[in-house]
Design a protein around this ligand. Sequence first.
Ligand SMILES: Nc1nc2c(ncn2[C@@H]2O[C@H](COP(=O)(O)OP(=O)(O)OP(=O)(O)O)[C@@H](O)[C@H]2O)c(=O)[nH]1
Length: 381
Amino acid sequence: MSAFSPSAPVPVTVLTGFLGAGKTSFLNRLLRAPEARDTAVIVNEFGEVGIDHLLVETARDGVIELADGCICCTVRGDLVDTLAELVDRVQTGRLAPFRRIVIETTGLADPTPILAMLMAHPVLLQHFALDGVVTLVDAVTGRASLAERVEARRQVACADRLLVTKTDLVPDWAGLEAELRMLNPRAPIRDAALSSVGEAFGCGLIDPETRKADLARWMGEGEHDHHHGDHHHDHECGHTHGGSCDHPSHARPHAHGGVASFSLTHDAPIASSDLEAFLDLLFMRQGDKLLRMKAVVRLREDEARPLVLHGVRTYLHPPVRLPAWPDGEPPRSRLVLIGDGLDERLVRDLFAAFSGAPRIDAPDRAALLENPLSLGPGSYR
Ligand SMILES: Nc1nc2c(ncn2[C@@H]2O[C@H](COP(=O)(O)OP(=O)(O)OP(=O)(O)O)[C@@H](O)[C@H]2O)c(=O)[nH]1
């Protein structure tokens, strides 16, 4: 890595925002612009089985996926390696030289340890310069996330630019704007739909000296010392996560704080009416715990064109059809659910009942349609 010496450090933007805020959509839109041509992208996903690679429109050169895990804790080491790899790819001619880097974090990431690393790592400092933190906030579910999740508040607090997404769904977002202003009086707040590459990436959003002082304050702040779950481990940055943080010594299920993810898969096609009934019951029974759902579904009515579902809390975005199954991907339904305190067994049984493979001792589809509460604590344990 030390042999790579561009004349000026390459600006690095950290793109963050709570689960489902619209980070990938925003990035995809901006990357289509001609002025984004020389942008390298590093993405990090939280979820047991990554399905984002199925959902991104086209694989691009210069997009590097970090291993599943929390970018703000154990995957930080991977981030250093990945930045080094980018340099190596340029040096060996496998990647065209790039003018800026965007790091898309998971929706649960606390950006401050990433910033601290980018501003203090002796080798990285030779090649890269932190350009700023761009935080997306969802106009539909953002206020609920801010009220409930410390991760969402921290993402807003350390932003250099706040971009509000989904304003087409919520044209009056004055209430959200006021809340954002309270959490972060300094960052400009804009409508994400109106933002261009030049306003978001590589445009010198921060003053490094002010940022150093801010960072020291954020890293020491009480909200950062959150404790969740049954076990805790301390990170260099002084914060604590519970559960298993995808650290090699912490086996799955993957958890970040009290948040955990799991996935469901099913090979046979699923009738759309069954999918609908499953989702209705999922939202009814577990909606208060659900933070995010992503799914690619093999529908009985049109098996060749996978149905893509995005749920953010209990808001289900309009489903989208892909023209075909991506190359090399078996036509198999895959759902990833992320939630805080989700009853995994109940969700699995619900899904099994509606995908035609109920457990022998669990209520089937007909029983559930007759009595949606027939599945749950006490009914099958
Ligand atoms: N109507 C509308 N939908 C949006 C907008 N931005 C994103 N979405 C939808 O919101 C859902 C989630 O968007 P993503 O881009 O996957 O969100 P994300 O932040 O990358 O999600 P995670 O990586 O899971 O945290 C998708 O269904 C998008 O189509 C927007 O501005 N308007």
